[in-house]
Ligand binder design. Structure first.
Ligand code: PRP
Ligand code: URA
Length: 209
């Protein structure tokens, strides 16, 4: 069974509260998502491997540690997942970025694939899939399945707000994929929106409604 990591750091919770507020505009929403992504990134990357590197300080030579950042890929689920890339990239600037385009059919709520462009060596990398909303879990599960078909074996899912339904679906279809979330909300409404949630993440990031 995959692990569920709830990032309840006070700064993450504080920023999330502002994002949830319907009076928060796109500019602030984007900036806060960026900041939270960086903060969550600390936890998502907490156990990534370090390598020895020989360096020279002004005093002497030493064997120091460096992150094998070349082994990481960030894969946002378009559109809303894009809002979490910059924060992670600030943390790991050499990470490669792939893109998976999925949107939910408004009636069936099933994800529809429209784009996929991934680094050639994605199968050799730790992949962090980003999407602010884990609702029914359909989009996350499909994106993870697409990555597994490309040979990825080391995948983590980073979202902002989730619900038990979506968590259960990911854990049952992809028990090897750990989930990182800042909040587990109550339930989905009749339109498969998270309650209380924060509304439509893509629209709030890009100002499309
Ligand atoms: C939203 C969100 C997730 C998906 C979550 O995307 O960003 O990708 O819904 O729902 P699910 O867990 O039920 O699949 P949306 O389809 O609205 O597309 P957008 O990001 O382009 O706005
Ligand atoms: N997608 C969103 O953007 N918000 C939700 O609450 C559910 C799916």
């Amino acid at each position: 069974m995959s692990l569920l990591h709830v990032i309840n750091h006070p700064m993450v919770q504080h920023k999330l509260t502002i994002m949830r507020d319907k009076n928060t505009g796109s500019k602030d929403f984007r900036e806060l998502l960026n900041e939270i992504s960086l903060l969550m990134g600390y936890e998502v990357t907490r156990d990534i491997p370090l390598e020895d590197v020989e360096i020279e300080t002004p005093i002497c030579k030493m064997t120091a540690k460096e992150v094998s950042g070349r082994k990481l890929a960030i894969v946002p689920i378009l559109r809303a997942g894009l809002g979490m890339v910059e924060g992670l990239h600030t943390l790991v600037p050499v990470a490669r970025v792939g893109h998976i385009g999925l949107y939910r059919n408004e009636e069936t709520h099933e994800p529809v694939e429209y784009y996929c462009k991934l680094p050639e060596d994605i199968h050799d990398r730790l992949v962090i899939v980003t999407d602010p909303m884990l609702a029914t879990g359909g989009s996350a599960c499909d994106a993870i399945t697409m990555l597994k078909r490309k040979g990825c074996r080391n995948i983590r899912l980073m979202c902002l707000v989730s619900v038990p339904e979506g968590i259960r679906k990911v854990q049952s279809e992809h028990p090897d994929v750990d989930i990182y979330t800042a909040a587990v909300d109550d339930h989905l409404n009749e339109n498969a929106y998270i309650v209380p949630g924060l509304g439509d993440a893509g629209d709030r990031i890009f100002g499309t409604k």
